[in-house]
Design a protein around this ligand. Structure first.
Ligand SMILES: Nc1ncnc2c1ncn2[C@@H]1O[C@H](COP(=O)(O)OP(=O)(O)O)[C@@H](O)[C@H]1O
Ligand SMILES: CC(=O)N[C@@H](CCC(=O)OP(=O)(O)O)C(=O)O
Length: 295
């Protein structure tokens, strides 16, 4: 007779089959936010999920952030940093630190974690193979009191002007997992700091990804009372950004979700990366959580 515990374990594994078939040979871009990183056992669970996706025939692409880690390094170096509309004002000294932390230590740490789980990961940034070419971002902000619009100068903050996914396709064809840091060259030869959410959206769009997942440190988009919004239309998302319910780091995430749907990404989800195995739960079980942004 089958032990009930064994039977329920088998049931959970078997439940994954239709999902594995749905995502077979499809691209899933996972944005791994700096706030979801840090805990070694969570990091290991994340690396295992990504490796398992690859093993089951999915093409995972990791695009990572590292905002809090950049902040710590800037503090150690006594460089003052501020954010405007969820983006770091980036002068010359800051962009050097951003590149060092993102494309250096964090990128290699994630590559190492995935490889330790038996995957084969390779670290890239926007500069590699001209993956992402940046242009300076001219950011408009609206003062909520006066409703007056103004352009803020964020320094070396860029937005993707073009994405050439050739290098990603080559890597994916060999069953290697690309791990991308959001730092890129501009046509002017400068290095630009791109918000990781924005970079993930542009990359997902260029690959016509089946799914784009944002792993962050909250369960998803929360309403004014702090309750999770399970499904959010583009129109409602715009309303919540306007009235300030969506603020700070959630702004580039939601804006990217909207842009990615326009670019042909099939589904975009913001979810809690602090839940162990959040990626597997979202993709391979009926228990998907977080906020699904829909047209
Ligand atoms: N309406 C909202 N719902 C959820 N989080 C929000 C909302 N508005 C602002 N936030 C903030 O956005 C943060 C997530 O963005 P961010 O700090 O950039 O994380 P990450 O490093 O994962 O990109 C949350 O921790 C929360 O403080
Ligand atoms: C322009 C800009 O704000 N760039 C971000 C890049 C890292 C990032 O986006 O990291 P998270 O995903 O962890 O927030 C920064 O300097 O913090």
């Amino acid at each position: 007779m089958t032990n009930p515990d064994m039977a329920s374990r088998a049931h959970i594994i078997a439940q994954a089959l239709p999902y594995m078939q749905r995502y077979d040979d499809r691209t899933v871009v996972v944005k791994y936010g700096g706030h979801a990183m840090g805990d070694p056992s969570l990091g290991q669970a994340f690396a295992r999920d990504i490796t398992l996706l690859r093993q089951s025939g999915v093409n995972p692409v990791v695009v990572h952030g590292g905002g809090p880690q950049i902040g710590k390094m800037l503090q150690r170096l006594n460089i003052v940093s501020e954010f405007k509309a969820g983006l770091r004002v980036t002068d010359k000294a800051t962009v050097e630190v951003v590149e060092m932390v993102l494309a250096g230590s964090i990128n290699k740490e994630i590559v190492q974690m995935i490889n330790a789980e038996g995957g084969r990961a390779v670290g890239l940034c926007g500069k590699d193979g001209n993956l992402v070419t940046a242009r300076k971002l001219n950011r408009t902000v609206v003062d909520p009191d006066s409703n007056i619009e103004s352009v803020v100068d964020l320094g070396f903050v860029g937005e993707p002007a073009s994405v050439d996914p050739t290098v990603l396709r080559l890597v994916l064809k060999e069953a290697i997992i690309p791990v991308v840091a959001p730092v890129a060259h501009g046509e002017d030869g400068e290095t630009y700091n791109i918000n990781a959410d924005t970079a993930a959206g542009a990359i997902a769009g260029s690959l016509n990804a089946k799914r784009l997942l944002f792993l962050t440190d909250v369960p998803g988009v929360l309403d004014k009372d702090g309750n999770l919004i399970k499904q959010l239309s583009v129109a409602k998302a715009r309303e919540l950004m306007k009235d300030g319910t969506i603020s700070g780091g959630m702004i580039p995430k939601v804006e990217t979700c909207i842009g990615s749907l326009d670019k042909g990404v099939e589904g975009v989800v913001i979810l809690n990366g602090k839940v162990p195995h959040a990626v597997l739960l979202e993709l391979f079980t009926d228990g998907g959580a977080g906020t699904l942004i829909r047209p």
